[in-house]
Design a protein around this ligand. Structure first.
Ligand code: RI2
Length: 306
């Protein structure tokens, strides 16, 4: 698929989910490089830069897209000709896609260790990483029940409920405002991540911070399922994460409200590290406080480049 079509599909949320948009970005760059017909390396690098910008501008919050795109273009500026550059883009993209899919599987295995037979779980939105934990626990014959929150305005909770049900998991859909009431029945919360900051806060679907507050109040464990390419290197340098605002039409149909009523539609929110028991990554489970060390020491210099 072309870079412009991929960027448009990410923007319209035809392709959505922090991991999926990162893989789609990597694949679009790989396809672009593969079908490139020019021969000048400088023009190719400039065109790649334009393609990178188009992808990064499609959605601003999930750092996974930024990391996936940057990983795919790593080392390309040092290549001698278009053939070498295109081959590097393709092999980087392939590496990123394979390792990111594998990370979701590993997170499922690590996270499932925290799920006990008989547990009732709760999740918000539609996170492949969080769903991987629930599916893995279920496949290990642990008897679990899951509450999926509807997740307005896009109602991705419907996707989650369908997916869990298809797996044979006992699933209950609740509206977002029921979270505090049902939390009394919940043992553990597993959510996904769009971005994890250097001090261990979570940026995820709007409403996640309410889920975390309700879990904290009810002394329910709150786990974040996040591949390490959702760690944001820019936050090491004090950058704030941009919270995407989407069109008002996603909340209210045209003509439904007087024109004087304003609509505000932020689609992510920030959950402070204090409300997070652990972050489950493909490298293992860690406390939010360990994110800084993992970012700077374990992931190395490349993870720190803004
Ligand atoms: P995985 C989604 O964003 C949700 O916020 C979800 O928690 C997060 O991406 C992570 O999803 P959106 O694209 O990468 O629906 O775990 O706005 O699939």
């Amino acid at each position: 698929m072309s870079v412009d079509d991929t960027a448009a599909d990410i923007k319209s949320m035809k392709i959505r989910g922090a991991g999926k948009i990162a893989r789609a970005g990597a694949k679009a760059l790989s396809d672009f490089a593969d079908s490139y017909e020019g021969t000048g390396i400088q023009t190719f690098l400039a065109d790649l830069e334009k393609a990178k910008r188009a992808l990064l501008e499609s959605r601003p919050t999930a750092v996974s897209l930024w990391n996936g795109v940057c990983f795919t273009l790593r080392g390309v500026a040092g290549t001698k000709d278009v053939g070498e550059a295109a081959a590097l883009v393709a092999s980087n993209a392939e590496k990123f896609i394979v390792s990111s899919e594998n990370a979701v599987k590993v997170i499922g295995e690590i996270g499932a260790k925290r799920v006990q037979d008989g547990d009732t779980l709760l999740t918000i939105c539609n996170s492949s990483a969080a769903i991987s934990v629930m599916k893995t626990a279920h496949r290990q014959n642990k008897n679990i029940k899951v509450y999926a929150t509807e997740t307005r305005p896009w109602r991705q909770g419907i996707l989650t409920a369908r997916e869990l049900d298809a797996e044979g998991i006992d699933t209950t859909l609740v509206v977002d405002s029921a979270v505090r009431s049902v939390m009394k029945k919940v043992d553990k919360v597993f959510v996904g991540a769009d971005t994890v900051t250097s001090h261990g806060s979570l940026i995820n679907k709007v409403g996640t911070s309410h889920v975390a507050l309700a879990a904290h109040e009810a002394r329910v464990q709150f786990y974040v399922c996040a591949e390490t390419y959702k760690f944001s290197p820019m936050t090491l340098f004090g950058d704030m994460v941009t919270i995407e605002e989407r069109p008002s039409s996603e909340i209210s149909a045209p003509g439904e409200l007087p024109e004087t009523v304003k609509i505000y539609n932020p689609v992510f929110d920030s959950t402070p590290a204090a409300y997070i028991d652990a972050i489950i990554t493909e490298l293992g489970m860690m406390s939010p406080g360990a994110v800084f060390g993992v970012m700077t020491h374990q992931l190395g210099y490349s993870a720190m480049q803004p």
